[in-house]
Design a protein around this ligand. Sequence first.
Ligand code: ATP
Ligand code: MG
Length: 383
Amino acid sequence: MKKQRVKLTAAEKSELFAEGVVTIVLLLLLNLSIIILFHLAILQDKNLVNGLIFIKESLMFTGSHTWSWQRILMIAMMIADLLVLYWRLIRRYHQMQLRHVISELHYIANGHYDHRINFAVKPDLQKVIDSINLLVDSTVNSINEERAIEKSKDELITNVSHDIRTPLTSIIGYLGLLKSGMASPDDQQKYINIAYNKAEQMRSLANDLFDYSTLKSTSTKLTLSDLHIYSMMEQVAAGFELEAAKQGIHFEVEARPKELTFKADAEKLVRVYNNLIGNALKYGKGATTIKLVANSVNKREVELRVENNGEKIPQDSLKKIFDRFYRVETSRNLKTGGTGLGLAISKNVVEMHHGTIKCESDDNWTSFIIRLPLKQPDAEKPA
Ligand code: ATP
Ligand code: MG
């Protein structure tokens, strides 16, 4: 934004004019008294007059003509007058600038937080203004952040209550049918199964929420140990073997080097793998392979990949899938019963390890790529 000069009001302009006039009058009076004093002093002192004549004569050698001392005095006084006049006016002008800055500050303080002070003023005041603008910027940012947090908390409560109410309504519905005793034995079994599944769904939501909020809290610490990643991936994969086989999916586990070991919180990392593999099984429609890969990329980092060759995730969903409660194509996913917290929890765990997680998806592979430092900076000894 282009900076503007401070625009003076009509009153200020006349104030400045009056200041100028008063200064000039005072200076003229002062000049007059100086001239009078000079006259008195010089004319009463014969020696001084002779001295001045002598100086004048010696100056004759250097220039073609000399000025009378009265003239020199007049010019010197005029220069001094102009300097004094300039100094007084500029000083008053700066005071007025400051007044304008203060009134702008009041304007901002009255709640106009999108307003910025946009004056071009003298350098030291400019520094103050720039700092004020920065201060307002950072205050506004923190207010906005605060609002966003508040809003996301409201959303969280809305989402959770919705997610609790839906299964609960059907549980109550089916239990009601059972209670009435009107259902046939076949139906009874069916209703019990549905109610049981819905109750499971609620438990998984409660667990997710608990994990999400404990991981979010700053007091939650990692329990670090040396993690042999290949064995861990094999173990996790074994847990899903049965389910995967049902869907005709097989696992490929790979670590380079095979003995790759790094510091991490094993329990929390297993949680991440469980979610990523669970997702690959649930959403990777048409997949035949799930790959678990761990690579040492350089001396400081490892890369962990969970990949499946199922249906691709649309480009605009990729950015959002790590947001809590975000689910691609919610209607399709309703059957799978997730809450959309899994990836948000995974991201939290990775970030607690000072790492990053991202997702890439094309027609062939959907890959979740985690980067973790080999060493954790604030290493906590396991209890
Ligand atoms: P939760 O994990 O809390 O039970 P969820 O699995 O739906 O619920 P996330 O794990 O956060 O939630 O996943 C978010 C969404 O990302 C999923 O609903 C799904 O639409 C999409 N997604 C995640 N992984 C894959 C994948 N491998 N292939 C296709 N889509 C995926
Ligand atoms: Mg999930």
